[in-house]
Ligand binder design. Structure first.
Ligand code: UDP
Length: 337
């Protein structure tokens, strides 16, 4: 069996994707410098799947280190997650974001090319749709007009990979545009482990539930939505992970560049999430309303047609399961890994 290299495989989405790839029978090699993740995630991937996973603590911007991996292994496809991911931080330190997120893709594809490996699945984001107003977002919607450097790095990486394919049509590039991944593996062994105070809704809610934080701030109560709070497309991280398995299968059989949304296609408001969480876990979530957060849009959710057609994949797990699994992970790991 050929091997799949997962960059950033110790991270939140990366670790769940490794589990799904291993469950599907792929051999997995992980490269992750652990700059924003823990080695414990690798141990837990191994214990959940009972599989060997080869791990390299390498920085993916470093071509010399990448060379070693491609020389030692017969990599057939790369799933590229490694990168910085905090929107707010990207506004404060744009150069760090452009350096890490662009250089990792450039170094990786240069090494891939030298080793004649031309299949890549890239971890992109619905933020590439920027201020696009029309929901649901379909892949043909205009991109660009991004509201922060993080989103621009995703957009620019999509551009780079598209141009790589244009220069050599043997490349197979799949750009996966994620909506809002939440939840955790049902074992509660791996999950989202943010450093410091979480920026995202779900980890904030679970940390309030476990008593680490007092109250959830709700950003905005005057959006033109059913209850005034923002609406997002939450997708269970295991559904997302399985979407990557389908993408890898397509990538190795196909050529071209395909941008595909990974979302549930459903929009839930912040208050709906809060109530679903309370119902699924029996925990009360104290909260308060505050002004809108800068850069947030009112409503975002995916058109899921292309994913169904091209990947034969659809999200299966509902909001209740997302809440239960997020809570299970937090309860079993109150301090993270
Ligand atoms: N949100 C909130 N309180 C928080 C974190 C997020 O009200 O502490 C809201 C946010 O304004 C947005 C939604 O929850 O409407 C999802 O935000 P998140 O940061 O999780 O994901 P985003 O859609 O921004 O990528």
């Amino acid at each position: 069996m050929f091997e799949v290299l997962v960059t950033g495989g110790a991270g939140y989405i990366g670790s769940h994707t490794c589990v799904s790839l291993l469950d599907a029978g792929f051999s997995v090699v992980i490269a992750d410098d652990l700059s924003n993740s823990k080695f414990e995630a690798i141990s837990r991937i191994r214990s959940i799947t009972g599989n060997k996973v080869t791990f390299y603590p390498y920085d993916v911007t470093d071509e010399i280190e990448l060379e070693k991996i491609f020389t030692r292994h017969s990599i057939r496809c790369v799933v590229h997650f490694a990168g910085k991911k905090a929107v707010g931080e990207s506004v404060e330190m744009p150069l760090e974001y452009y350096r890490t997120n662009l250089l990792s893709t450039i170094s990786l594809t240069r090494v891939m090319k030298r080793h004649n490996v031309k299949n890549i699945v890239f971890s992109s984001s619905a933020t590439v749709y920027g201020n696009s107003k029309k929901v649901p977002y379909s892949e043909t919607a205009p991109t660009g007009n991004c509201t922060n450097p993080y989103a621009w790095t995703k957009w620019m990486n999509e551009r780079i990979l598209t141009d790589v394919h244009r220069s050599d049509p043997d490349w197979s590039v799949i750009l996966l545009r994620y909506f809002n991944p939440v939840g955790a593996h049902p074992s509660g062994q791996i999950g989202e482990d943010p450093l410091g105070i979480p920026n995202n809704l779900f980890p904030y809610v679970t940390q309030v539930a476990v008593g680490k934080l007092d109250r959830l701030p709700i950003f905005g109560s005057d959006y033109p939505t059913k209850d005034g709070t923002g609406v997002r497309d939450f997708i269970h991280v295991m559904d997302l992970a399985e979407g990557h398995v389908s993408a890898v299968r397509k990538c190795i059989q196909d050529y071209g560049v395909h941008a595909i949304n990974l979302g549930s296609g459903k929009g839930y408001s912040v208050l709906e999430v809060l109530h679903a969480f309370e119902e699924a876990t029996g925990k009360e979530i104290p909260h308060y309303f505050c002004p809108r957060r800068e850069g947030d849009v009112a409503v975002s959710y995916a058109s899921t047609k292309k994913a169904a057609q091209e990947l034969r994949w659809r999200a299966q797990r509902d909001l209740r399961e997302m809440c239960q699994d997020a809570w299970n992970w937090q309860k079993l790991n109150p301090l993270g890994y």
